[in-house]
Design a protein around this ligand. Sequence first.
Ligand SMILES: Cc1cc2nc3c(=O)[nH]c(=O)nc-3n(C[C@H](O)[C@H](O)[C@H](O)COP(=O)(O)O)c2cc1C
Length: 356
Amino acid sequence: MPTRRALIAAMPLLVAGCSGGESPYDRAVRDLWRLPDLGGGGVPMIALIRAATLAANGHNTQPWRFRIEPRAIEILPNFSRRTPVVDPDDHHLFVSLGCALETLLRAGLGYGWAGEPELLPGGGVRVTFSSAQARPDALFQAIPRRASTRTKYDGRPVDAATLRRLEAAIGQDVGLRWVLEPDARARLTDMIVAGNSAQLANPAFMRELTDWIRFDAGEALARRDGLFTAASGNITAPRWLGERLLPMVMTKNGEADRLAGWMRSSAGAAIFTGPAETPASWIAVGRAFTRFALTATAAGLKLAFLNQPVEDPATRRRMAAWLGEPAKRPDLVVRFGYGPELPRSLRRGPQAVLLR
Ligand SMILES: Cc1cc2nc3c(=O)[nH]c(=O)nc-3n(C[C@H](O)[C@H](O)[C@H](O)COP(=O)(O)O)c2cc1C
């Protein structure tokens, strides 16, 4: 068993270092994060599915399957990719489906196919497409540029006009609470740290998280899912070592400082609350978040979730009371601001997610 000191001494050697030339990981990212130009013809099913899979999704589990029908695509939940500890009632799974649905609809509009969604029993959605004027607008262009950027931002505020555009993007179904002022930010930071500390103290949470971390580029490339450490601004390492380093790197106090620093550096945060505690409502939340995220990306903003307070049930109740709606479930917490690019995450290809 290597000692803690030996592991820490080895860390500088483990930082991803591919000197000169494009690494296989970077090549995969370049191939993935784009919207190809398409010629005419029928509904570009595979291009639309590829675009939909670029959506945000919990732990990058990609908990979806797609079925191609004549002039329609069905998005179906893939319960084999659940995360039962962090998401026991599949809330995040259905929010993720909503993110994929909204991305699919936006991609459709960009390519000239208007989609009409219809909820299916069992939590899936069928989107029927009809030909429309192609609208490759700013939201369409933002699909391959959106990312979860988990690092410090530069502290610059966001102007009122941009905040209004973000608010309008969310629409009517889903409630939005801005967290911009110092007092509110301090309260929210407290709840983020409380939720995070509860999660760190839960061995089952840590085991599930560790299973979804991809500690080095080789693992991330082979699996094309999960949380690649470099995409969160962390070092890469072989799994055997990464698993041993994690408890040393993710300490309660260290994480509290990191989260507080991220909040201080952000222009603000937004809390999303859907209309009900049902899969249909969680899909609506995912759609609203995605419109928000694409609008923010188009405006040059970066964003990242800090969902610890809505994932830990005790902190979620505290947050609902703080928001003045104790009977409602706050669904998502998202910070935003201006910040740097980090390495991107990967996705499994259409062949892995298509049902035949
Ligand atoms: C419902 C949901 C919950 C999420 N919760 C968190 C979170 O609490 N913290 C975090 O850093 N990222 C969170 N994410 C972001 C995902 O980890 C991220 O979307 C995924 O790893 C893919 O990366 P990308 O967004 O950069 O494409 C969440 C995403 C969704 C859709």
